[in-house]
Design a protein around this ligand. Sequence first.
Ligand code: 5GP
Ligand code: ZN
Length: 114
Amino acid sequence: MSDCLFCRIVRGELPSDKVFENESLLAFRDINPIAPVHILVIPKKHLTSLAAAGREDGALLGEMLLVLRDLAEKNGVSESGYRVVTNIGADGAQQVNHLHFHLLGGRKLQARPE
Ligand code: 5GP
Ligand code: ZN
């Protein structure tokens, strides 16, 4: 059993503010939001980051992007705009080592994020 934080959320061992779930994906609100809309989309399967994904994960990754797009619509930021980002490894400042995409919106974001 993985003691990875997001695997524990997937298994329901830790609470989360879920906004979407299907067979392969889970989306929930970030516990420490940096924008009015700050949602994390994760695969239920443990992948450490995008760097750990293989060609066989292509459909899963594509589905993640479409779910992010749909969540942007549902959360009212489609027209105002939003950002999708995934951090990878140490220089990418990844804190949780389970692949996740951030959906950020609801305020004007910096044009060139660090
Ligand atoms: P990273 O820097 O790895 O891309 O981002 C990890 C994100 O996960 C951070 O934005 C952080 O606030 C969020 N996070 C960390 N622990 C938890 C948690 O237990 N629950 C939720 N909902 N978000 C978390
Ligand atoms: Zn995990």
